[in-house]
Design a protein around this ligand. Structure first.
Ligand SMILES: C[S@@+](CC[C@H](N)C(=O)[O-])C[C@H]1O[C@@H](n2cnc3c(N)ncnc32)[C@H](O)[C@@H]1O
Length: 220
């Protein structure tokens, strides 16, 4: 099984328990997530959104409070089933697809969102990801991302090494005891600036204690 298939299988199995990450009893995490929700709802206002790797629809449902329309896309039927069970406040379509082969027309969206995806994108394929996203956006289109900062301590801190391309590998355990080693990269603030700056203007980069989030526009 390659890295991508392992990640897909891991998330398919994790779907019913995935949202635990959002409801941990850690005030700092809750505060940063609440602040980001407010920011994202402003960003999404009246926009046609593509939510890539939407998972259980945590951010999708929150954006639906203000967005004009949303396409929520994920490779996992299990994740999409969780997402479909939520309530939405704007027109929404769910699409099962691989983000490496996005089946959408050019200039279709004025906001593309990737929640907790970028850490799973292999370092060697950032340009391929950017090349696939940019044509889908309108001229004034935005890209929003959120992801984890390096864990400070505890079992989450441990790495299972790196692969030949320098990607961090991490052991994850599901509630049923199954273990997976998945690709999960962490970034310091300057690294994020260096990755995004050649192709995008960084309208905002928020680097908190627990999460980073970025709002990007295309460099013309
Ligand atoms: C960390 S979860 C993020 C879910 C959601 N965006 C959030 O922020 O809560 C990663 C998601 O990526 C999806 N995924 C994994 N590989 C994918 C691929 N190749 N194409 C599209 N989605 C993929 C998984 O099914 C999972 O739902």
């Amino acid at each position: 099984m390659n890295d991508s298939d392992r990640l897909r299988k891991y998330y398919a199995e994790r779907a019913p328990e995935y949202e635990q990450i959002y409801f941990r009893d850690v005030p700092e995490r809750r505060r940063e997530l609440a602040d980001e929700t407010v920011r994202l709802q402003k960003i999404a206002r009246e926009r046609n959104v593509l939510d890539i790797a939407c998972g259980t629809g945590y951010w999708t449902s929150r954006m639906s409070q203000t967005a004009r329309s949303i396409i929520a896309a994920d490779i996992s039927p299990e994740m999409l089933a969780e997402a479909r069970a939520k309530e939405y406040h704007c027109p929404i379509d769910f699409v099962r697809c691989d983000l490496n082969r996005l089946p959408f027309a050019e200039n279709s969206f004025d906001l593309i969102t990737l929640g907790f995806w970028f850490s799973h994108q292999p370092r060697q394929s950032y340009e391929a990801l950017f090349d696939s996203l940019i044509p889908l956006l309108t001229d004034t289109g935005l890209i929003w991302m959120i992801d984890n900062n390096p864990p400070a301590e505890g079992p989450d801190h441990e790495s299972s090494g790196t692969d030949s391309q320098g990607n961090n590998l991490k052991k994850r355990r599901l509630d049923n005891g199954m273990e997976y080693i998945i690709l999960k990269n962490y970034f310091v603030e300057d690294e994020l600036r260096a990755i995004f700056s050649p192709r995008f203007h960084l309208k905002r980069l928020t680097y908190g204690d627990c999460y980073w989030s970025a709002l990007l526009t295309i460099r013309q």
